[in-house]
Ligand binder design. Structure first.
Ligand code: SF4
Length: 477
């Protein structure tokens, strides 16, 4: 952070109470702007009075810059010093959050297991072409956990269509030993990357009365407090407060509350101070919120299906790896994809298997990795470009793309001419040729060097542009 007036507030914590208050007030102003019906109109008509009525002493210009697009654009053109300190400090806070998330996707979520690492990397790269900038918000965590089967909340917008709560995994002697064994084996096999897991997925974390005990063990193994996202923050406010307090004492990170109604928003504001909510993102998930956030996937997609354009393939699935369900004792291997009729929740479920005890968990995990995660695609295996991705030859090389998403460009350089990319692409168009076929045919027809052809094929493979072997199997009649 080059601005000397900007500091970290999440980690390490900032010990300057005034600084924290300034950022917390900016955060509150944005929360009101995005969630409180009528706030925008009141602020625009009488800014000072409105901020004062909500107990905010932040300057009006900072709020305008953070909330009003035209003012933000105007101040982008001016020297940074023209932007008031509160707005700059809030942006520093935002930047800190974004950097933390990007670090997870790029570094900390990378498994140490070589085949798992290669598979995850192909999925992450595939998602750039398939999902575009949406992929930036997906960390592709290699493992995550569910402590229950189903969810008691039943949100009408649930992006992963969680079913009704059927079973809770109690933290009894047997399950505690199994849990600790699973965490240790996951760390040994997949690595520290499992530390970025959450202890919820298609579940509400606070449905489990022993959530705190499970996450204490998690902290013992990984030294990390799993990020909490709860839609039940106000079910037992004292439990939520106590958990947050303890969690933030152990590790500073951002947790999240899904706000399901205006009434819940007001209760959250009454229950927690602005400073207490500094490390809690409030997600506006109710219809009256001026900037409500419903991902167009899962139940929200179903209810809005008529309004979802063909190329709006949303997802909230953030794992390229395993979801371990402790209540059902199952493991599913999945990776994000754009939601569609075939994949309504924006998840591609590759495999699912049950386990009975720790030894069985180990067997299922290892055999699933061995079976589905190729370190590299075999050279004698037929290659099929993803049918969901379009491609075209360009003057520089080739480009892969989906409508309105990013274009992935491969350019010729040095001894790799654009023609080589064109030739390789032409060989792949029909599908079914192996790497050896492509190399052999191009050697004979154009005199291409095998190493160069393999190099191009490898680049396409690493970009996740080829169907995985298990996807080809599913295509077969
Ligand atoms: S969004 Fe979360 S809390 Fe709501 S139903 Fe789905 S899993 Fe449960």
């Amino acid at each position: 952070m080059s601005d000397t007036e900007i500091r970290h507030v999440i980690s390490p914590a900032c010990d300057d109470a005034e600084y924290v208050r300034e950022v917390a007030e900016a955060k509150r102003a944005l929360e009101l702007w995005t969630m409180e019906p009528g706030f925008q109109e009141k602020f625009l008509a009488a800014p000072e009075e409105t901020l004062a009525a909500y107990g905010l002493s932040i300057d009006v210009l900072s709020v305008r810059i953070l909330c009003v697009r035209e003012t933000a654009l105007e101040y982008q053109k001016r020297p940074p010093g023209d932007t008031p300190r509160a707005a700059r400090r809030y942006r520093g806070f935002l930047q800190e959050k974004i950097e933390g998330r990007d670090r997870m996707a790029r570094e900390s979520c990378v498994p140490k297991h070589p085949a798992f690492r290669a598979w995850r990397s192909r999925q992450l790269n595939r998602c750039w072409v398939e999902l575009g900038m949406k992929n930036r918000s997906l960390i592709h965590v290699p493992m995550t956990f569910e402590l229950d089967l189903g969810c008691s909340v039943g949100c009408p917008f649930c992006g992963i269509m969680a079913g009704k709560l059927q079973k809770v995994c109690p933290y009894d002697e047997e399950n505690a030993a199994l849990w600790r064994g699973i965490l240790s084996f996951a760390k040994e096999t997949v690595g520290d990357a499992v530390g970025d897991a959450t202890c919820y997925y298609a579940t509400e974390p606070l449905d489990n009365p022993d959530y705190e005990k499970f996450t204490d063990d998690f902290f013992d193994v990984f030294g990390i407090v799993p990020q909490l996202t709860t839609a039940a923050s106000m079910r037992n406010p004292e439990r939520t407060r106590k958990y947050l307090l303890e969690a933030l004492k152990k590790e500073r990170r951002v947790h999240r509350f899904s706000v399901l109604s205006l009434d819940i928003l007001h209760k959250i504001f009454e229950t927690f101070t602005m400073e207490e909510l500094l490390c809690v993102e409030l997600l506006p998930q109710f219809a009256e919120a001026p900037h409500n956030m419903f991902a167009k996937t899962g139940r929200a997609r179903e209810s809005e299906l008529a309004h979802v354009a063909e190329d709006e393939n949303d997802t909230i699935a953030c794992a390229s790896g395993f979801i371990v369900n402790m209540a059902e004792r199952s493991i599913r291997l999945m990776t994000p994809c754009g939601s569609s009729k075939e994949h309504p929740t924006g998840e591609y479920i590759v495999a699912k298997e049950s386990f009975s005890d720790l030894e069985d968990f180990k067997r299922v995990l290892v055999s699933t990795i061995d079976r589905y995660m190729a370190k590299e695609l075999p050279k004698d295996q037929p290659l099929f470009l993803r049918p969901t991705v379009s491609f075209e030859e360009t003057a520089e090389g080739v480009e892969f793309f989906r409508p309105n998403k990013l274009r992935l460009k491969f350019r010729g350089a040095d001894d790799l001419s654009p023609d080589l990319y064109h030739d390789v692409l032409r060989k792949l168009r029909g599908g079914g040729k192996t790497a050896y076929d492509v190399v052999g045919e191009l050697m004979e027809e154009t005199g291409a060097f095998p190493a160069n052809v393999f190099f191009v094929l490898k680049k396409f493979e690493q970009a996740g542009l080829f169907l995985e072997p298990y996807e080809i199997d599913k295509k077969a009649p």
